[in-house]
Design a protein around this ligand. Sequence first.
Ligand SMILES: Cc1cc2nc3c(=O)[nH]c(=O)nc-3n(C[C@H](O)[C@H](O)[C@H](O)COP(=O)(O)O)c2cc1C
Length: 182
Amino acid sequence: MSNIVLISGSPSPNSKTASIAKRLQKKLIERNHRADWIEVRELPAEDLLYANFQSPSIANAHTLIKAADAVIVLSPVYKGSYTGILKTFLDLLPEKIFVDKIVAPVVTGGTIAHLLSIEYAFKPIFSLLGAKEILHGVFILDANVQWNAKGEVFLAKEAEERIQRSLEDLLKATERKAFPTI
Ligand SMILES: Cc1cc2nc3c(=O)[nH]c(=O)nc-3n(C[C@H](O)[C@H](O)[C@H](O)COP(=O)(O)O)c2cc1C
């Protein structure tokens, strides 16, 4: 069993990115992994905005991350990068908190033109936080994430396959980490 934390950083109440996080969390739990989801927009806004390092809610999020084998960071692209709200949260993380974690980005965007934001924006900040093993991650176009009549999210087939592959890669990496001789 792996312990995985999902961090999603969209400010939107009807977030496609958050719906992907929820779906990934469900898949992980169904496979008997521990999967905690930190939805940054649910954390106290003032603590984020004023960088309150004493915030109990944020300390709780740190505890979850510290205990995790892997972290999936999900964000929409905003102005070619991760969102401001996600940055406020990452700014409050202890230095090198990702040092022994496998980290994977899952990014949604309106245009494929910003695919490389994974390389120039997301991966450098994971690296700054100490991550040594950063997986390729996935970029999903927002047009490929839709809701059905029941309010459940569904992804276009190709996007679903890439998300699934990325999840398998993450689980294989956590297994390798737990059993290095395999
Ligand atoms: C303020 C704002 C800025 C955005 N900037 C970009 C951008 O630079 N590149 C891009 O591909 N999409 C951009 N988008 C589109 C979002 O990344 C995209 O719709 C995403 O899937 C929204 O995710 P959410 O529903 O989880 O908030 C932007 C959207 C907003 C609201």
